[in-house]
Design a protein around this ligand. Structure first.
Ligand SMILES: NC(=O)c1ccc[n+]([C@@H]2O[C@H](COP(=O)([O-])OP(=O)(O)OC[C@H]3O[C@@H](n4cnc5c(N)ncnc54)[C@H](OP(=O)(O)O)[C@@H]3O)[C@@H](O)[C@H]2O)c1
Length: 240
């Protein structure tokens, strides 16, 4: 089943991986709605997507998510790449501020759970929800305890939802390093450390967003795939 004519909501579609998913889905003939919190970003992205709809939506706000789905109508597929980059991502665990660590889960874990809960009422059988995990779930680095736990929690949310919501399909994409705007904006030292890490992978480079986007398209189109975490990490997990 292709995406031509399919109606797809992409939360996080105003930038980075989500934008690449929106672009690839549009190229296959899908009707795309992008959503996130920053209106200016969405308007600019929708223009570049040539005809995408946009909606301001904070997925940590359950009432807003419920109201959004009531007014938007149904979708064939829902994707989220929404994430913030909280300050508790890196640092010694023994010195961590637990309220910041808690905040790290708000968008990527709780936001995804809220989105899935309300999306489920607006998807047909065989429709899909695709969440976003990350390499830190399996390749913890020193100083990344809570980022590892958070990425892992998304994968287990995926497994639970796939059973709970079937025959709606629920999968997650596990990106390795992706050269999105956010990566380009990292402090130089951190970016170089990350680049050195990717250089030791079987595919020794960071990925392009459009390479990762293909996994989301697969998750939407693959009618016998559910409860899966699709890894697009250049073999990075194997390199440790
Ligand atoms: N880039 C990588 O190397 C990499 C690797 C592994 C995993 N990931 C994960 O993949 C996801 C996407 O990464 P990216 O590089 O594409 O980052 P990005 O460009 O910052 O995309 C994240 C998007 O989430 C939206 N967002 C943030 N808070 C939101 C909220 N409360 N409700 C709705 N939307 C919200 C942002 O838009 P607004 O500002 O408009 O809200 C933004 O468009 C993130 O979860 C990230 O952790 C990225």
């Amino acid at each position: 089943m292709g995406l031509d004519g399919a109606s797809i909501l992409i939360v996080g579609g105003g930038s980075g991986i989500g934008f690449a998913v929106a672009e690839a889905a549009r190229a296959e003939g899908a009707a795309v709605t992008i959503a996130s919190t920053n209106k200016d970003k969405l308007v600019g992205a929708a223009e570049r997507l040539d005809g995408a709809k946009w909606a301001v939506l904070d997925i940590t706000d359950e009432k807003a998510v419920e109201a959004f789905f009531h007014s938007s109508g149904d979708f064939d597929h829902v994707v989220t790449t929404a994430g913030d980059w909280g300050s508790a991502r890196r640092g010694p665990f023994v010195s961590i501020d637990m309220s910041e660590a808690d905040a790290l889960f708000q968008v990527r874990f709780w936001g995804a759970a809220i989105l899935a809960k309300h999306a489920a009422w607006h998807l047909d059988d065989g429709g899909s929800i695709t969440l976003t995990s990350g390499m830190s779930a399996f390749c913890p680095q020193k100083g990344s305890v809570m980022a590892t736990a958070m990425a892992g929690s998304i994968e287990h949310l995926t497994y639970g939802l796939a059973v709970e919501l079937a025959p709606i399909r629920v999968n997650a994409v596990f990106p390795g390093g992706v050269a999105t705007e956010i990566f380009a904006g990292l402090p130089e030292e951190m970016r170089k450390t990350e680049e050195a890490r990717f250089a030791s992978q079987p595919l020794p480079r960071i990925s392009r967003p459009e390479e990762v986007a293909q996994a989301y398209l697969y998750a939407m189109k693959a009618t016998y795939t559910t409860g899966q975490v699709i890894k697009v990490d250049g073999g990075g997990e194997l390199a440790g």
